[in-house]
Design a protein around this ligand. Structure first.
Ligand code: ADP
Length: 272
């Protein structure tokens, strides 16, 4: 049986309104398409960089193991040194794999965040005192600048916020040479938002790099080899994704040679 044609009925809309609606829709489509292309490009870059980053530690591990197997008379100290190298490379590989997994799972919303009301002052103090006991920070000065009475609650995944703080503290340590002070501070903006800042007296970041450091795959150092124990360039983009999932923002201010200040904001849910 022949299908009946249904007339295109638009009782309320004029031709001009329809044309405008069509135009708006095509703009939105164009925008979505651009976002998709950008995301595809980023995925491709991550893939290329990760493949590159995987290669050098694997080569180092292979060389070390081959050396261990072929050398007949290695004493205990030499053997230990080589095994330490292997262990460091394995740590790097593990971090890289965890970072890639976390980033892609946040993006594809596979990662379920466990949001709950959290007293942010307590979370910051807990984190700070854990760092004070951490041997990695024993050579630097740690300062806490959170008001004694800071009763603000945020809706957050505590573990994820600690992940962000941990990344900012680790970077402060990594990108410093000489005397280092890391300060963790918090304050409120307009009684609706909390601003948390991790500042350091490290090497700082040049102005033209600052806007790029939150991009996936961006590292200020040109070399992507992990030999100097640098990371894999995913840490700040993971931090950004986590903070955005909390309806917050993250940004950086820095003076080359003097230090950096990384801040993020979180909406307050309850003001006691
Ligand atoms: P990475 O794994 O390279 O540390 P991140 O995403 O954490 O990746 O950081 C991106 C880049 O931003 C780093 O390669 C480094 O050059 C720069 N950076 C991050 N934090 C700091 C800091 N506290 N001081 C100076 N440079 C920093």
């Amino acid at each position: 049986m022949e299908k009946q044609k249904v007339p295109f009925i638009t009782p309320e809309l004029t031709v001009e309104e329809l044309t405008q609606a069509l135009y708006d829709t095509s703009l939105r489509l164009q925008h979505t398409n651009q976002e998709l292309l950008q995301s595809q490009k980023e995925q491709q870059e991550i893939f290329t960089n990760v493949s590159h980053d995987l290669r050098s530690p694997i080569t180092a591990i292979r060389n070390s193991v081959e050396y261990l197997l072929s050398s007949e008379k290695l004493d205990e100290v030499e053997t230990n040194n080589i095994l330490q190298i292997v262990l460091r490379r394995i740590d790097f590989l593990e971090q890289l794999i965890n970072d890639v997994f976390l980033l892609t799972s946040i993006d594809s919303t596979q990662k379920t965040f466990s949001f709950e009301p959290i007293n942010i002052g307590m979370l910051l103090e807990d984190f700070f005192f854990t760092c004070c006991e951490d041997r990695n920070y024993s050579a630097c000065k740690l300062d806490l600048n959170v008001p004694a009475h800071f009763p603000y609650q945020v809706l957050a995944d505590g573990k994820m916020l600690v992940r962000v703080l941990d990344n900012l503290f680790t970077n402060a340590l990594k990108y410093s040479d000489g005397d280092l002070t890391i300060t963790l501070s918090a304050c409120t903006i307009d009684n609706t938002t909390i601003k948390i800042t991790v500042s350091d007296t490290g090497m700082g970041i040049a102005k033209d790099h600052i806007e790029k450091i939150f991009n996936r795959t961006y590292m200020v150092a040109n070399s992507r080899t992990p030999s100097t124990a640098t990371g894999c360039g995913l840490g700040l983009s993971i931090a950004k994704s986590i903070i955005e999932k909390h309806n917050g923002q993250i940004w950086c201010e820095s003076d080359l040679g003097k230090g950096s200040e990384f801040s993020f904001s979180l909406p307050i849910i309850e003001n006691n």
